[in-house]
Design a protein around this ligand. Structure first.
Ligand code: GLU
Length: 450
């Protein structure tokens, strides 16, 4: 078998979005799975739509996602150049060949010696190919009009340039969006005209949003750009994992970069639209976040706190804060939200927590909270073990154990029935806040009519 060569051929008309990234990823995974080459080619012939910085952003975020390529605009390669605008001579030469063979014709602009070149669509031809995802597809040439391959300004159209490039770059497989299915017969007629072999094509399913509508760049209800997710604190490992599941169904959901390469199987690409499920993305990201060690997590979270002007008191404080909040995070920026909830001024006991509180003996709990309030006044609040011992001693003194001891204290200090280490949470909250909240709890309990 020929060495596999797959490519990602973006038009630099915008930033890297979900759909582009998924296209790049499937070509990348396919190439790597088969030990082949992955190539990036910039299709910049639609000059009016090129945006400054579009190419850089594409490459930057592909790298961020963990993809690497063997040839491309930034690193070159033996099949270059990798920008279509740098290959105009080649397209012009091959357009001329079609003219010479009588398979294309010139179309002059009125009153000018400038001309476009149109491909002469053969009559009564049937174009077929075996799509790797959709099976056999068939098109009648009579449904296709003669089409422009080279514009008056000497720049080729996409359907022509793509064939010249895929041929000369020896591309063996093309995975791309299903919007290109109807372009394929035009491309096949160019391959036929030159007697070249087709690459294998696989047209991927569309991606739909929560309203089941095709994800479009104009849709603002879904964050579309990979950069948006980076800024919110999604990890590249989670993003690439999630993107791979948009139209590919492996046996398990959480897969590393290397595992994705190993299990990638073009036979398991779906024909049905793939649903862009933010909740699933959040879940996957939370799984990867949980795996980060504390030091990495700290480095990762500091910028979010700083951006929100949250004062990092000292390193121990930060370590404690992160240990208390880290396991709740779906994405990095959420630390800010949880920080504010944790330290909120308006102390409120959640409904769930109130019900939990009611299961304990009221007088005993009231006594516990009041005694705690008195005792913490003499604590230094320098470290969590001091608080831990105080709670234990209090339990012995009052004859309260286990849940009946810890749950009311947790609720009275954090407002919630569940959470991470109670002494560390209390240490972070500090004496003043704890005092205020205990007083508040006592008030609430007194107001409750039994
Ligand atoms: N430049 C085209 C696009 O961005 C590439 C299509 C193809 O892969 O052939 O849609």
């Amino acid at each position: 078998m020929k060495k596999v060569r797959a490519r990602y051929a973006p038009s630099p008309t915008g930033l890297l979005h979900i759909g582009n990234a998924r296209t790049a990823l499937f070509n990348y995974l396919f190439a790597r799975h088969h030990g082949g080459d992955f190539i990036i080619r910039i299709e910049d012939t639609d000059t009016a739509r090129n945006v400054p910085g579009g190419e850089e952003s594409q490459l930057k975020y592909l790298k961020w996602l963990g993809m690497s390529w063997d040839e491309g605009p930034d690193i070159g390669g033996q099949y270059g150049p990798y920008h279509q605008l740098k290959r105009l001579d080649l397209y012009q030469e091959y357009a001329q060949k079609l003219l010479d063979m009588g398979l294309a014709y010139k179309e002059y602009k009125e009153g000018s010696d400038k001309f476009a070149v149109r491909f002469k669509v053969p009559e009564n031809m049937v174009y077929t190919f075996n799509d790797l995802i959709r099976g056999k597809l068939e098109f009648q040439s009579k449904e296709i009009e003669d089409w422009i391959i080279l514009k008056e300004n000497g720049i080729p159209t996409y359907n022509f340039a793509v064939v010249i490039d895929d041929h000369f770059m020896e591309i063996t497989h093309v995975f791309r969006g299903e919007e290109h299915i109807t372009n394929t017969p035009k491309q096949l007629m160019v391959y036929d005209a030159f007697g070249w072999d087709y690459p294998e094509f696989g047209h991927m399913t569309i991606i739909v949003n929560e309203q089941k509508k095709k994800l479009s760049k104009r849709d603002t209800s879904t964050l579309q750009f990979i950069g948006d997710y980076e800024r919110l604190g999604y990890l590249p490992e989670a993003m690439i994992n999630f993107l791979a599941l948009l139209g590919f169904a492996p046996d398990k959901e959480i897969l590393s970069h290397d595992e994705l390469i190993e299990v990638f199987d073009e036979h398991r690409l779906s024909k049905a639209p793939s649903y862009f499920d933010r909740q699933k993305l959040a879940f996957i990201n939370s799984q990867y976040l949980k795996k980060l060690d504390d030091a990495t997590m700290k480095t990762f979270l500091i910028p979010f706190l700083k951006d929100a002007n949250i004062e990092i008191k000292n390193d121990v404080w930060l370590t404690n804060l992160i240990s208390v909040l880290r396991d709740r995070l779906d994405y990095g920026a959420q630390i800010v939200e949880y920080y504010h909830t944790f330290f909120r001024d308006e102390f409120e006991i959640s409904e769930e927590a109130k019900q939990e509180l009611n299961q304990f003996d009221r007088m005993q709990t009231m006594n516990l909270v009041e005694t705690l309030l008195t005792k913490i006044q003499s604590l230094s609040f320098d470290d969590a073990t001091e608080i831990e011992s105080l709670i234990k001693d209090l339990g012995k003194e009052l004859g309260i154990k286990g849940k009946a001891l810890f749950m009311p204290i947790r609720i009275a200090t954090t407002g919630e029935a569940h959470g991470p280490s109670l002494p560390v949470s209390m240490l972070l909250l500090g004496k003043d806040v704890i005092t205020k909240r205990l007083n508040e709890t006592i008030k609430v309990m007194k107001e409750q009519t039994v």
